[in-house]
Each structure stands twice: as C-alpha cells, then as structure tokens.
Design a protein around this ligand. Structure first.
Ligand SMILES: [Zn+2]
Length: 82
C-alpha cells in the first residue's frame, strides 16, 4: 500500500485533500506577487500550498500512484480480467 501522505513545502498533506495540481507555474501579473513561478497545489479546505517544479512533479507522481489502477499493484503485467 502507498502511504496517502506527502510532504509539500514542509507540510505533510494527505493525498485525498488535494483537489488539483497546477500544470503551469503561477503568473498573474501583479507587481508584488510572491507566488510567481510557483506551482499551486489546491486543497479541499479552501487553501492552497505553493511549491516549486520538482516538488510539483513529486506530488503528481504520488497522486498517480495513489489514484492509479489498483490492478497495477501486485500482478504486474497481467492481462486484465473480463
Ligand atoms: Zn500572483
């Protein structure tokens, strides 16, 4: 079993709290924006975590493992059963 917990920007976040992960770095044009170049990880509690590119990829990988086809665990390369 994969652990449904990932560390993002010094916070341990349950994967099931993540709604979406930005594909592109934030840009809003505001002069004093401190999030520019960061990737947003949206949480379901009306809050977001901001992280850099490598961490963003790590989050997506963890989500893919966690949300992925459970048949990929265990019998690797097996034919799907119909
Ligand atoms: Zn901004």
């Amino acid at each position: 079993m994969h652990k449904p917990l990932i560390k993002i920007d010094d916070k341990h976040v349950p994967l099931y709290r993540i709604v979406w992960v930005a594909d592109l770095p934030h840009f809003c044009g505001e002069e004093d924006c401190v999030r520019e170049g960061y990737y947003e990880v949206r949480l379901d509690v009306d809050d977001s975590i901001w992280t850099h590119h490598a961490d963003r990829d790590r989050v997506i990988e963890a989500l893919n493992q966690w949300c992925g086809d459970p048949r990929e665990d265990g019998d690797m390369g097996g034919e799907p059963e119909f």
